[in-house]
Design a protein around this ligand. Sequence first.
Ligand code: SF4
Ligand code: SF4
Length: 483
Amino acid sequence: MLGEANWHIFSCLGKLLLFDVKTGGLHELDEAGLEAAIAYRDRMSVAAQERRDRMSVATQEHAARMPVAAQERSGFVKIPAPHDNGSVATTAERLKEPAGSAIRSTLRGYGEPIGFTTHEQELPTQSHAESVVEAYRELENMVARGLLSSPFEEDEEYAPDGETVVKALCLHVAHDCNLRCKYCFGKTGNFGMTRELMPLEVAKAAIDFLLEKSGQRRNLNVDFFGGEPLLNFDVVKAAIDYCDERAEDLGKRVDFTITTNCLLLDGEVASFLNERDILVVLSIDGRRDVNDRMRIMPGGQGSYEHVAQNLVNFIQTKDPHSYYVRSTYTRHNLDFASDVLHLADLGAKSISAEPVISSGDREYSIRPEDIGVIEAEYENLTRLFVERHREGRGFLFYKMGDVFRGDIDSEISAKFRDAHVYNKDGCASCWARFICSGGCHAAAYGSSGDILIPDKVACALQKKRIECALAAQAMLKDVDPKI
Ligand code: SF4
Ligand code: SF4
C-alpha cells in the first residue's frame, strides 16, 4: 500500500509546520525549510511515480505475454501515464545551486513521545537559495538516518486477523432520557423505540459476554450510555459491583465511563462515581442561551439552570483527567470558542467541542459553506487556548449480536473489523489517517448511509482540528511540553 501522504506541510497561526504522519514527529520550518521540504516531497513524488510506472510497464509486458483469458482472470488494469510536473523540475533545478547554511528548525524528533528538541543555529548571512539547499540536504540526511520518514514510503500491509476479541462494551442502560435535545441522534433517548430501562440481568449477561470474549486481553472498558444512564443508576451501581467482582476472579481490570447530561448528578451519585474512579463525560453546550436553544427539558424550557450547578459542584474537586465536559456546536453557534471559554470559566479543566451529527438538512446542521468560518474559529480557539496556558489558567481540549446467546453477528462484526483506514473512502491517502483512524462510523453512516464513506464536512473539520492542535503544541513547547 502506498501511503501517498506521509508528510503534511501546512501553515497555522503563523507557524510553518511539517507533520511526519508515520512517526508523529512535528517539525517547525523557516521559509527556506518550507521551500526545501516542498521541493524534496515533490521530487520524491516524481521518483515514486517513476517507480510505479516502471512496475506498470513490467506488469503490462507480463500481461501482454499472458493469454487473454488469463489477463481477465488476473484483473489486470492499465495504470495511467505519469503526470507532467513542470513546476517540480523548476524547484529541483534551483537545488543545484551551491550549498550554504543549515535549516533552522525546531524538531520534535523521531521516537520522542512528548516534547521538542531544538536544533537552532545562528547563521551567518547567506543567500536564500543557499539556505534552501542546505535545508534540503538536512532533510535528505534526516530521512537517511530514519529521523524522518520518506514522504512516499509505503505503509505496511494491514490485514486484521479473523479472531473476534471483545475488549469494550457500550451498555445502553437507559433507552430513555429526561431531556429532549433538538439535535439528539438517539431520538431524545429512546432511539425510536419504547422508553425503557435495562434490567440488571441483561447488564450482567452483557458483562459475562465481555469477559468471556475478551480472550487474553487484561484491560477492558465498559461505557454506560443512553439516553440518560443515571435514570437507571441502581443498575449502573450493581453492574459495576458485579463486573469488578468477576473481573478480579479472572485477573482482569475493567475501566468504566459514564456519559451524563448532569440533571441527576447529585451528591450521592457524585460520591459513588468518585469512589469507584469512573471517568465521567458531562454534556452541556456552553453559554446559557446556546445551551437552552438545543438542550431543552420535556416541557420545552432550557436545561442550563438545572445542569450548570450540578456540573460545577461535581468538577470542583475532580482531577481533570477523570472527567471531561463535552459540548456540541451547531450552525447556531459557529463562534463556539466563546462556549469553550464559558465552560473553562465555570471551572472545567477538560473540555471538548464537537460538531453536531445530523443528516445535513436541519436548520442547525453544519453545511459545507460553513467550513471556512469553522476553520477560522478553530484558529481563534487555539489562540485563546495558548493565551490561557501562558497566563497559567490553561485547560485541556480534546472520540452486536445477542449477549444471551453468547455470540456475535459475524457479518456485522466483520464489517466493523474491516472498516479501517485502508478500506474507508479517501482515508488511505489522507495525512490524518493515524490520528483520526477513519472518523466516527456513526457520523459516516448518518451522512452517507455507509460506514466506509466518511462525511466530507467532518473530514475537513477533523483535519483543521488536528492542524490547530499541532500548532498549539508548537506554540506551547516552551510553556508546557506535555501539551
Ligand atoms: S441528553 Fe443526550 S440522550 Fe438525552 S435528549 Fe439530549 S442528546 Fe439525547
Ligand atoms: S475520515 Fe477523513 S479525516 Fe479521517 S482519515 Fe479518513 S479521510 Fe482523513
